[in-house]
Design a protein. Structure first.
Length: 242
């Protein structure tokens, strides 16, 4: 078993845990994940039966959907413990799992048609090296998510105690300036293809409301107003190789 100290970036050890999964429990959690799933599958439409590497995907939030839609999936985790939540898929030989360093992925250049990574960039300290590696092993596209400063997340540090009181098992995260990310992506040969801001209202408040119907109606109205496109977060971003 690989220990937590073997690699410099191991954010997925926590996001692959049952404790983290509890944040997406119940009907409201299922709704939050369905928004993410639908956006991701739409972005993957041009790549039927593609080979996909899900970096840090031991949380299993997309595993079932990707398999059901015919993608050839490999999940990379920072430690062996990261495969616990997708063990049923591994036992059925529906996907594969490998332990590896996200800053030095154990694959050759262009090894996968598409590389995805969710719930990771918000907790990475060496983000340029991380994104460079995702790009290196991708043949056609990279899809990832991140919180943006141009949202209610901008005041997240001031609301952390409130958020922790509601969720209990939350942790601090990094918000990004989108233009800086896009400039870096351009420098490594990636261009913006699609952008999907998920929610105007912070997810912690949706969890507090515990009403998928109310949350859905509220977010639809905000999307129609154009506010979500400008201020929504986390953003799911698809980048094409240039």
């Amino acid at each position: 078993m690989v220990s937590t100290g073997d690699f410099p970036e191991t954010a997925d050890i926590e996001t692959s845990s049952d404790d983290y999964a509890s944040r997406f429990a119940g009907e409201i959690g299922a709704w939050l994940l369905k928004v993410q799933e639908d956006a991701t599958l739409k972005m993957l439409t041009p790549y039927p039966k593609a080979t996909i590497l899900d970096v840090g995907g031991g949380h299993g939030q997309l595993t079932g959907a990707l398999i059901q839609n015919g993608y050839q999936l490999t999940v990379l985790g920072s430690a062996d413990v990261c495969k616990g939540r997708i063990q049923n898929f591994l036992d059925a030989n529906l996907c594969s799992f490998k332990v590896g360093n996200v800053l030095d992925l154990p694959y050759p250049d262009g090894a996968f048609d598409v590389v995805i990574s969710y719930r990771f960039l918000a907790h990475v300290t060496q983000w340029q090296s991380f994104l460079t590696e995702l790009n290196r092993v991708a043949k056609q596209a990279v899809i990832l998510d991140y919180p943006t400063v141009r949202s209610v997340n901008a005041i997240a540090p001031y609301l952390f105690k409130f958020k922790k009181g509601l969720e209990g098992n939350t942790r601090e995260f990094i918000c990004y300036k989108e233009h800086e990310l896009l400039e870096f992506f351009k420098s490594i040969g990636l261009s913006k293809a699609e952008r999907y801001p998920q929610f105007f209202v912070p997810m912690v408040l949706h969890r507090a409301l515990k009403s998928p119907l109310l949350s859905s109606v509220m977010e639809q109205l905000l999307k129609l107003s154009g506010l979500t496109y400008v201020f929504g977060s986390p953003v799911i971003l698809k980048l094409n190789k240039t």
